[in-house]
Design a protein around this ligand. Structure first.
Ligand SMILES: O=C(O)CCC(=O)C(=O)O
Length: 349
């Protein structure tokens, strides 16, 4: 990989402001999804915790043909929709503000609407499942109810030119993420976990950075940023970016942009996932945290065995039924999201 020093400023974005320095960056590896097997994806990227942009992942999705700002406006009208944690607004008004967004006066950026919960009618538009964004263990019926989402927390992201995801961060629960661009262009910036020391993590939210803009940097305020190696790409429709666990990332719309985001868990990130959720619970309810850790560690071992069986002896795994049912190791054997689910809860203290 070669360092790029001259940043291509997309025409719609303003030149770097006074007092700001354009960041040097490296490109993120790109690969055509039609030439990448799921096994290779797991080995080369997911289990190596290495980012990649995979193109041509969503060609058959109705969303690729139908999703435009106008489509959402007509389909949902004034139905309220969640934009951020504590901000709802009528969908049509939101779209008007997205279309009026500019680099100088960015509009709102939608990042809290989980499809399964609030917009299930959109789910058929993102089928067939993008195999590289398959939720794996989040989709397992063995997952504790609190974290079991067959669609991997599929979330809608919409913003107008210049708007951005509110904070540079890495995802909680030690999750991997996949963001698939459906409409428009989005700039995506990443840093490796070991560069977190240069990114000014917030005291009470250590996975959130204080840095306001990693592209046009305020080195007077954040001098350590200069030591971090930035990776950058532009996502176009049909591109998916794989964001490995604990990789910092920031996103900004270069035009009106519509995408979906999913989280993924499997053997590659399970250990730290269990530690994170159990340690978190231990602050509130130590006994429940112990039970949770014990359950998740045991389930993890069982899932390891069943996933290996599915991989190495698919015919045997199919004959035994349970390995596919409880450990859907690929999108092909995933249970229907609508299937009745097991409800596994850990009792409180
Ligand atoms: O806006 C984006 O594409 C980034 C989404 C993201 O990082 C998240 O939802 O955690």
């Amino acid at each position: 990989m070669q360092t790029q020093t001259a940043e291509p400023v997309p025409s719609a974005m303003p030149a770097t402001a006074p007092g700001r320095t354009p960041a040097a960056w490296l490109p993120i590896e790109r690969i055509d999804g039609t030439h990448l097997s799921y096994d290779d994806f797991l080995a080369r990227y997911m289990h190596a915790n290495r980012p990649v942009v995979i193109s041509n992942v969503a060609g058959d999705w109705p969303a690729m043909r139908n999703w435009t700002p106008e489509h959402f406006k007509q389909r949902f009208g004034s139905q309220p929709v969640a934009i951020g944690y504590d901000r709802n607004m009528p969908f049509d008004q939101f779209i008007d503000q997205v279309l009026a967004s500019s680099p100088e006066q960015p509009g709102p950026y939608m990042y809290r609407s989980f499809l399964h919960e609030v917009l299930p009618e959109l789910l058929p538009d993102v089928i067939p499942q993008n195999k590289f964004a398959f939720a794996r263990r989040y989709a397992s019926p063995l997952m504790l109810e609190k974290w079991r989402r067959p669609d991997g927390y599929l979330k809608l992201l919409i913003g107008g030119v210049g708007s951005k995801f509110p904070v540079m961060h890495y995802d909680g629960e030690n999750a991997h993420a996949a963001i698939t661009e459906i409409y428009g262009d989005k700039e995506f910036v990443m840093y490796a976990p070991e560069d977190g020391q240069y990114l000014y993590p917030k005291k009470f939210f250590p996975n959130h950075s204080m840095v306001d803009d990693p592209v046009s940097q305020d080195l007077g305020r954040y001098p350590l940023l200069a030591k971090a190696t930035q990776y950058r790409t532009i996502l176009k429709p049909g591109d998916m970016i794989f964001v490995p666990a604990k990789w910092w990332h920031a996103a900004r719309a270069l035009s009106t942009s519509i995408s979906v985001c999913t989280n993924m868990l499997d053997g590659s990130n399970w250990g730290d996932y269990v530690d994170e959720v159990a340690n978190d619970e231990a602050k509130k309810a130590p006994r429940k945290a112990w039970l949770m850790r014990t359950y998740l560690k045991t389930a993890g071992r069982l899932l390891d065995v069943m996933e290996r069986l599915q991989h190495n002896s698919p015919a045997l795994a199919r004959a035994l039924v349970l390995p596919g049912l409880l450990a859907p190791a690929s999108a092909e054997v995933a249970p229907e999201p609508s299937r009745r689910q097991l409800r596994i809860r850990i009792p409180t203290n």
